[in-house]
Design a protein around this ligand. Structure first.
Ligand code: PGA
Length: 250
Protein backbone atom coordinates (compact mmCIF):
# COMPACT_ATOMS: atom_id res chain seq x y z
CA UNK A 1 0.00 0.00 0.00
CA UNK A 2 1.30 3.42 -0.97
CA UNK A 3 1.53 6.12 1.65
CA UNK A 4 -1.10 8.85 1.49
CA UNK A 5 0.68 12.11 2.20
CA UNK A 6 -0.43 15.65 2.93
CA UNK A 7 2.73 17.76 2.84
CA UNK A 8 2.86 21.45 3.61
CA UNK A 9 5.51 23.66 2.08
CA UNK A 10 5.70 26.81 4.16
CA UNK A 11 8.40 28.31 1.92
CA UNK A 12 9.82 31.55 3.38
CA UNK A 13 6.70 32.32 5.40
CA UNK A 14 5.66 32.68 9.04
CA UNK A 15 7.45 34.32 11.93
CA UNK A 16 8.39 32.17 14.91
CA UNK A 17 5.17 32.69 16.82
CA UNK A 18 3.00 31.98 13.79
CA UNK A 19 5.04 28.86 13.01
CA UNK A 20 4.61 27.55 16.54
CA UNK A 21 0.86 28.18 16.53
CA UNK A 22 0.36 26.60 13.14
CA UNK A 23 2.35 23.50 14.10
CA UNK A 24 0.51 23.27 17.42
CA UNK A 25 -2.89 23.29 15.71
CA UNK A 26 -1.81 20.56 13.32
CA UNK A 27 -0.25 18.52 16.14
CA UNK A 28 -3.58 18.68 18.00
CA UNK A 29 -5.48 17.33 15.00
CA UNK A 30 -6.86 13.86 14.80
CA UNK A 31 -5.16 12.73 11.62
CA UNK A 32 -6.82 9.86 9.71
CA UNK A 33 -5.17 6.51 10.38
CA UNK A 34 -3.69 6.03 6.91
CA UNK A 35 -2.46 9.59 6.30
CA UNK A 36 1.08 10.88 6.81
CA UNK A 37 1.53 14.62 7.33
CA UNK A 38 4.82 16.29 6.47
CA UNK A 39 5.59 19.91 7.37
CA UNK A 40 8.22 21.60 5.19
CA UNK A 41 9.30 24.41 7.47
CA UNK A 42 12.08 27.02 7.38
CA UNK A 43 15.43 25.73 8.68
CA UNK A 44 15.41 27.95 11.77
CA UNK A 45 12.16 26.42 13.04
CA UNK A 46 12.91 22.75 12.31
CA UNK A 47 13.87 21.67 15.80
CA UNK A 48 11.12 23.63 17.50
CA UNK A 49 8.43 22.25 15.18
CA UNK A 50 9.84 18.76 15.53
CA UNK A 51 9.48 19.12 19.29
CA UNK A 52 5.89 20.32 18.98
CA UNK A 53 4.83 17.52 16.64
CA UNK A 54 6.92 14.68 18.09
CA UNK A 55 4.09 13.13 20.07
CA UNK A 56 1.91 12.81 16.99
CA UNK A 57 3.33 9.80 15.18
CA UNK A 58 1.68 10.75 11.87
CA UNK A 59 3.51 14.08 11.57
CA UNK A 60 7.06 14.50 10.27
CA UNK A 61 9.07 17.65 9.67
CA UNK A 62 10.99 18.40 6.51
CA UNK A 63 13.68 20.84 5.43
CA UNK A 64 13.04 22.67 2.16
CA UNK A 65 16.55 22.31 0.75
CA UNK A 66 20.07 21.14 1.57
CA UNK A 67 23.51 21.73 0.10
CA UNK A 68 25.19 19.23 -2.22
CA UNK A 69 28.27 18.94 0.01
CA UNK A 70 28.45 17.56 3.52
CA UNK A 71 30.46 20.40 5.02
CA UNK A 72 32.98 23.06 4.12
CA UNK A 73 33.38 26.73 3.29
CA UNK A 74 29.88 27.44 2.01
CA UNK A 75 28.78 30.40 4.09
CA UNK A 76 25.10 30.40 4.86
CA UNK A 77 24.38 26.88 3.64
CA UNK A 78 22.89 23.87 5.45
CA UNK A 79 23.99 20.30 4.79
CA UNK A 80 22.19 16.97 4.82
CA UNK A 81 24.65 15.88 7.50
CA UNK A 82 23.46 18.71 9.74
CA UNK A 83 19.83 17.79 9.15
CA UNK A 84 20.58 14.17 9.94
CA UNK A 85 22.39 15.17 13.12
CA UNK A 86 19.22 16.82 14.45
CA UNK A 87 17.09 13.89 13.26
CA UNK A 88 15.16 15.63 10.53
CA UNK A 89 13.58 12.85 8.46
CA UNK A 90 12.74 14.64 5.19
CA UNK A 91 14.04 17.22 2.75
CA UNK A 92 12.26 18.79 -0.23
CA UNK A 93 14.55 18.92 -3.28
CA UNK A 94 14.09 20.31 -6.76
CA UNK A 95 11.25 22.70 -6.07
CA UNK A 96 10.64 24.83 -9.15
CA UNK A 97 11.39 27.98 -7.14
CA UNK A 98 14.84 26.60 -6.32
CA UNK A 99 15.36 25.57 -9.92
CA UNK A 100 14.35 29.01 -11.15
CA UNK A 101 15.66 31.49 -8.55
CA UNK A 102 18.71 29.55 -7.38
CA UNK A 103 19.69 28.02 -10.73
CA UNK A 104 19.42 24.44 -9.52
CA UNK A 105 20.00 22.15 -12.48
CA UNK A 106 19.05 18.47 -12.76
CA UNK A 107 22.73 17.54 -12.34
CA UNK A 108 23.17 19.63 -9.21
CA UNK A 109 19.97 18.06 -7.92
CA UNK A 110 21.39 14.63 -8.56
CA UNK A 111 24.27 15.50 -6.20
CA UNK A 112 21.80 16.79 -3.62
CA UNK A 113 19.72 13.62 -3.89
CA UNK A 114 22.81 11.45 -3.45
CA UNK A 115 24.07 13.34 -0.42
CA UNK A 116 20.62 13.44 1.18
CA UNK A 117 20.23 9.67 0.78
CA UNK A 118 23.72 9.07 2.10
CA UNK A 119 22.68 10.96 5.21
CA UNK A 120 19.52 8.96 5.73
CA UNK A 121 17.02 11.59 4.62
CA UNK A 122 13.78 10.88 2.82
CA UNK A 123 13.28 13.14 -0.16
CA UNK A 124 10.27 14.85 -1.64
CA UNK A 125 11.56 15.34 -5.16
CA UNK A 126 9.69 18.00 -7.15
CA UNK A 127 9.22 18.04 -10.89
CA UNK A 128 6.95 20.03 -13.17
CA UNK A 129 6.71 21.83 -16.48
CA UNK A 130 6.19 25.46 -17.43
CA UNK A 131 3.14 26.62 -19.34
CA UNK A 132 5.17 26.96 -22.55
CA UNK A 133 6.17 23.31 -22.39
CA UNK A 134 2.61 22.21 -21.72
CA UNK A 135 1.30 24.31 -24.61
CA UNK A 136 3.48 22.43 -27.07
CA UNK A 137 2.47 19.09 -25.59
CA UNK A 138 5.94 18.13 -24.33
CA UNK A 139 5.08 18.08 -20.62
CA UNK A 140 5.25 14.34 -20.04
CA UNK A 141 8.58 13.93 -21.78
CA UNK A 142 9.96 16.96 -19.91
CA UNK A 143 8.93 15.72 -16.48
CA UNK A 144 10.18 12.19 -17.15
CA UNK A 145 13.48 13.68 -18.21
CA UNK A 146 13.73 15.65 -14.96
CA UNK A 147 13.28 12.36 -13.13
CA UNK A 148 15.81 10.55 -15.29
CA UNK A 149 18.49 13.22 -14.93
CA UNK A 150 18.36 13.40 -11.13
CA UNK A 151 17.23 9.93 -10.01
CA UNK A 152 18.55 7.43 -12.57
CA UNK A 153 21.03 5.02 -11.02
CA UNK A 154 19.45 4.92 -7.58
CA UNK A 155 18.81 1.43 -6.27
CA UNK A 156 15.31 0.09 -5.65
CA UNK A 157 16.14 0.27 -1.96
CA UNK A 158 17.09 3.96 -2.24
CA UNK A 159 13.91 4.66 -4.18
CA UNK A 160 11.95 3.69 -1.06
CA UNK A 161 13.14 7.00 0.41
CA UNK A 162 11.84 9.03 -2.54
CA UNK A 163 8.43 10.65 -2.88
CA UNK A 164 7.72 12.49 -6.12
CA UNK A 165 5.81 15.78 -6.16
CA UNK A 166 4.42 16.74 -9.55
CA UNK A 167 3.97 20.50 -9.51
CA UNK A 168 3.13 22.17 -12.81
CA UNK A 169 4.80 25.59 -12.56
CA UNK A 170 1.77 27.30 -14.06
CA UNK A 171 -0.34 26.09 -11.14
CA UNK A 172 1.97 27.10 -8.28
CA UNK A 173 0.63 30.02 -6.29
CA UNK A 174 -1.53 31.10 -9.22
CA UNK A 175 -4.89 29.82 -8.04
CA UNK A 176 -5.03 27.80 -11.23
CA UNK A 177 -4.99 24.05 -10.59
CA UNK A 178 -4.36 21.20 -12.95
CA UNK A 179 -7.68 19.42 -13.45
CA UNK A 180 -7.95 16.06 -11.74
CA UNK A 181 -7.71 14.45 -15.18
CA UNK A 182 -4.58 16.41 -16.09
CA UNK A 183 -2.99 15.47 -12.76
CA UNK A 184 -3.98 11.80 -13.14
CA UNK A 185 -2.63 11.56 -16.65
CA UNK A 186 0.76 13.01 -15.63
CA UNK A 187 0.95 10.90 -12.46
CA UNK A 188 0.20 7.78 -14.47
CA UNK A 189 2.93 8.68 -16.97
CA UNK A 190 5.40 9.29 -14.12
CA UNK A 191 4.57 5.96 -12.50
CA UNK A 192 4.93 4.15 -15.79
CA UNK A 193 8.27 5.82 -16.46
CA UNK A 194 9.55 4.94 -12.98
CA UNK A 195 8.57 1.35 -13.76
CA UNK A 196 10.77 1.48 -16.85
CA UNK A 197 13.67 3.23 -15.10
CA UNK A 198 13.58 0.97 -12.02
CA UNK A 199 11.04 -1.82 -11.76
CA UNK A 200 7.34 -2.41 -11.39
CA UNK A 201 7.49 -2.76 -7.63
CA UNK A 202 9.24 0.60 -7.20
CA UNK A 203 6.60 2.19 -9.44
CA UNK A 204 3.72 0.65 -7.53
CA UNK A 205 5.07 1.64 -4.14
CA UNK A 206 6.23 5.21 -4.76
CA UNK A 207 3.93 7.98 -3.58
CA UNK A 208 3.35 10.70 -6.17
CA UNK A 209 1.95 13.95 -4.80
CA UNK A 210 0.26 16.70 -6.75
CA UNK A 211 1.17 20.32 -5.99
CA UNK A 212 -0.10 23.62 -7.36
CA UNK A 213 -2.92 25.58 -5.75
CA UNK A 214 -4.29 22.64 -3.77
CA UNK A 215 -7.03 23.95 -1.45
CA UNK A 216 -9.81 22.50 0.68
CA UNK A 217 -12.20 22.99 -2.25
CA UNK A 218 -10.28 20.88 -4.76
CA UNK A 219 -8.19 18.46 -2.67
CA UNK A 220 -10.81 15.72 -2.40
CA UNK A 221 -11.34 15.45 -6.14
CA UNK A 222 -7.63 15.53 -6.96
CA UNK A 223 -6.70 13.02 -4.22
CA UNK A 224 -9.38 10.63 -5.46
CA UNK A 225 -7.48 10.02 -8.70
CA UNK A 226 -5.91 6.54 -8.73
CA UNK A 227 -2.30 7.68 -9.21
CA UNK A 228 -2.47 10.74 -6.96
CA UNK A 229 -1.27 9.81 -3.48
CA UNK A 230 -1.63 13.19 -1.85
CA UNK A 231 -0.50 16.77 -2.17
CA UNK A 232 2.34 19.20 -1.63
CA UNK A 233 0.57 22.32 -0.48
CA UNK A 234 1.99 25.83 -0.35
CA UNK A 235 -0.38 28.72 0.37
CA UNK A 236 -3.18 26.63 1.86
CA UNK A 237 -0.77 24.98 4.32
CA UNK A 238 -0.18 28.30 6.07
CA UNK A 239 -3.63 28.39 7.64
CA UNK A 240 -4.32 25.61 10.12
CA UNK A 241 -8.01 25.30 9.16
CA UNK A 242 -7.43 24.91 5.47
CA UNK A 243 -4.48 22.53 5.84
CA UNK A 244 -6.43 20.38 8.30
CA UNK A 245 -9.31 20.27 5.81
CA UNK A 246 -6.87 19.09 3.17
CA UNK A 247 -5.45 16.44 5.53
CA UNK A 248 -8.99 15.13 5.90
CA UNK A 249 -9.67 15.10 2.15
CA UNK A 250 -8.48 11.58 1.41
P1 PGA B 1 0.81 26.49 -3.82
O1 PGA B 1 2.34 26.00 -3.77
O2 PGA B 1 -0.01 25.44 -3.12
O3 PGA B 1 0.81 27.80 -3.08
O4 PGA B 1 0.43 26.62 -5.24
C1 PGA B 1 2.66 24.66 -3.96
C2 PGA B 1 4.15 24.47 -3.90
O5 PGA B 1 4.89 25.31 -4.43
O6 PGA B 1 4.64 23.49 -3.32
Amino acid sequence: MRKKIAAGNWKMNTNFEEAVQLAQSIADTNIPEDVTVILGVPFVYLQKIKGITNDNDKIFVSAQNCHQNENGAYTGEISATMLNSIEIPYVILGHSERREYFSETPLLLKDKVDIALKNGLNIIFCVGESLDIRKVGKHQAYVCDQIRQSLKGLTSEEMKSITIAYEPIWAIGTGETASPTQAQSMHKAIRQYIGELFDRKVAENISILYGGSVKPGNAREIFSMPDVDGGLVGGASLKADSFIDIIKSF
